[in-house]
Design a protein around this ligand. Sequence first.
Ligand SMILES: *[C@@H]1O[C@H](CO)[C@@H](O)[C@H](O)[C@H]1NC(C)=O
Ligand SMILES: *[C@@H]1O[C@H](CO)[C@@H](O)[C@H](O)[C@H]1NC(C)=O
Length: 384
Amino acid sequence: MLTFRRALIVAACFICMLYLVTRSHTSLPTDRIPPQDSLHNQKNNNNVDAQTTRTGHVPTTSSYDNRLPLKKPNAGSQQLLQDMSKASLRDKLAYQFPYDVEKKFPAYIWQTWKYTPASGEFGENFRPAEASWSEKHPGFIHEVITDQVAVHLLRHLYASVPEVLDAYQSLPLPVLKADFFRYLILLARGGIYSDIDTYALKSAAEWLPDNVPREAIGLVVGIEADPDREDWAMWYSRRIQFCQWTIQAKAGHPVLREIVANITEETLHKKKTGLLKNFKDNKVIEFTGPAVWTDTIFDFMNDERYFDMSTSKGNITWRDFTGMTAAKKVGDLVVLPITSFSPGVQQMGAEDYDHPMAFVKHEFEGTWKPENLRHIGATDEGKR
Ligand SMILES: *[C@@H]1O[C@H](CO)[C@@H](O)[C@H](O)[C@H]1NC(C)=O
Ligand SMILES: *[C@@H]1O[C@H](CO)[C@@H](O)[C@H](O)[C@H]1NC(C)=O
């Protein structure tokens, strides 16, 4: 009886894996040369600021940075790598998951949870949120990946980069794995990642303003916090914090590659030095959560491997995003205003759920109480 049930579960897992793997296999380029980050080859669309939406509700503002994407990349990954085993982690990831900005955004919705929606233990309170993604995205493949299935899926996707798997398996808390998983699945497959307690209010087809060409964008992020107050550092780890409960990306985006490499290296280093034991909840935000996510995004925007800085007026910082009410575009990256992914928080300029720019509704479960604010990301995932 027991063995039969187990066999059934294993078979179900296997079929699910097979389905994911085969459905999601995009055709590989025939010439397996290391990826050219297509953003380098982008047409000159740097100056187009995404300031209007189809709703017309947002103010139009002038251009905000004149940063040009590089025509020719000078990243180290450009030499033909004969022997990938000797390549750096970042080069291996770039080779394995080439980035092509001109491809369509993959029609996937990825979520993770302890249980599948088919399970009685899934949680009645998450069902409407989970269903909202399917309802708003007909034709998309929508997967809720359990922790057990995640291991198998990642083993397949990252077979040739074993240090990533080692890092994933070494992470001591489910919240760390959940954080890491979102970057891993988006780097490998692209699409939308969203937390299980997050509702889709609008289809992703409406997230980008009409005047932004989809074939020029590879990453869409929202703002989690923009605390315009003297004592912001008491409550937040960064003056502007990008959220990671909802992300849309094309596979191979350099920001995802960098954060996967960063977390992998940090994890393996901590493992070696014994720092993973007794890892504290309140460090999650810096290790895998919104702090490192925010830093990685800013580093990308200021990276001369991706942008021609010669015409730039200086580094892009939080000042470029504070108080913004319309989407902003930096190269192939779009940052949505706080209302889009954090509506209804009743502070920091966020509008309510019924605002035309409100795209997802994230359940904060009381994390907006000041004493919890610094740990958003940690407490937020404490539900797991
Ligand atoms: C990871 O990113 C953080 C930025 O938040 C940086 O301080 C750290 O040095 C990076 N680590 C690695 C190994 O790249
Ligand atoms: C600009 O940003 C880059 C990458 O984050 C950093 O290395 C550099 O020191 C910054 N420059 C200034 C002037 O802040």
